[in-house]
Design a protein around this ligand. Sequence first.
Ligand code: HSE
Length: 439
Amino acid sequence: MQETESIRVGICGLGTVGGGTLELLRANRLEISDRLGKEVVVSHVATRTLKPELTQDIATIGTDPLAVASDPNVDILVETIGGCDIAFELIATALAKGKQVVTANKALIAERGNELFVLAEKHRVNLAFESSVGGGIPVIRALREGLAANEIQWLAGIINGTGNFILTEMAEKQREFSEVLKQAQKLGYAEADPAFDVEGIDAAHKLTIMASIVFGIPLQFDKVYMEGISHITPHDISYADELGYCIKHLGIAQRSERGMELRVHPTLLSRSRLLASVNGVGNAVLVNGNRVGSTLYYGPGAGAEATASSVVADIIDIARQQAAGAVEPVCPALGYRNYSNKLPVLTIEDIESEYYLRIPAMDRLGVMARISSVLQSQSINIEAVIQKESSSKNVPIVILTHKVKERNLNQALATLEALEEVTGSITRIRVESFHSGTA
Ligand code: HSE
């Protein structure tokens, strides 16, 4: 990046995040130039849909993002197109041309970041991605810099705003899943394909990125166990409530002597946890370091302004590094240089958890005894049971178990579902079990 009077930014993609970034740079122009001692000017925009109301003062407007990547008058390229195809080519081209890059693209970083960071390192430029996780919360900086002195034991986060918004509305207002999803889309929280939000893909992308930073491992999206919220019913929310829990979609990265766990799934969370009060589009990441203990990062996890706040923070950071004559080195494990001897990532069958089970069963003599005996055969200890009176012949039996290996639970559930008295498939939700004494 050459030494110029101002920092010249090219934004590729003027959707929610790109448009928000342009507006934020305009609205906080004086504040930002005061901080930097230089102006940040959006000189180029590439957009499929022209938005004259947004771009009236931009010098170069076009439809080809690769032209922005190749333009010598662009210092920092901001990629807000999304997806993995054009965005990959665009970023790879910009890095190869020696441009600094800022991206909000969690899918791209999680799935192809290993290749891109090698390129960034080769060309001695930055590929900054704060906005890829947690919207406006500076969680990437907290993990990489603020907690750098610690060995991280585990982290657990509410990292999809749309999913959290849906679960909160379902719990508080007994609204239908599909109706709340439509509202989240209108508010600009949801991904272009909302399956990314409700099936856990978006959270898995974000967890992949955080796990790579805190454990010093390559980005391994394909190893993350993924489960979404689309099968959660208002009944489950209400039974969980009766047992003292709420249901949150969590991303969990945890290390033990046996290996590392990378998983995203709905989770019963004790209502006494701080995370349990993170509602709506809010995101929060709880991180346990071996020296500092637990720290919690909370804020708006989605939406134009929040995400733009992190994009612009990256622009400012890069401009500052450039002014100081340094470019932070990046590498595939996002902060570690030696990750060859790390533990393996465990499969979901190898994890241990407590479980919430909702078993649809016939209301007949001996049912509870049969269910208990199947659970006992797999050494599954029951912690709590709810069985309501029912006017129909079918009753849901809700059970909380003590800790058990998921493989054993699967065997027990297969045996239970084959019983004549069990009338449908069993719902299973993992129960949080972070160390006691944490937020
Ligand atoms: N769809 C994402 C969410 C946007 O709801 O969290 C922010 O990454």
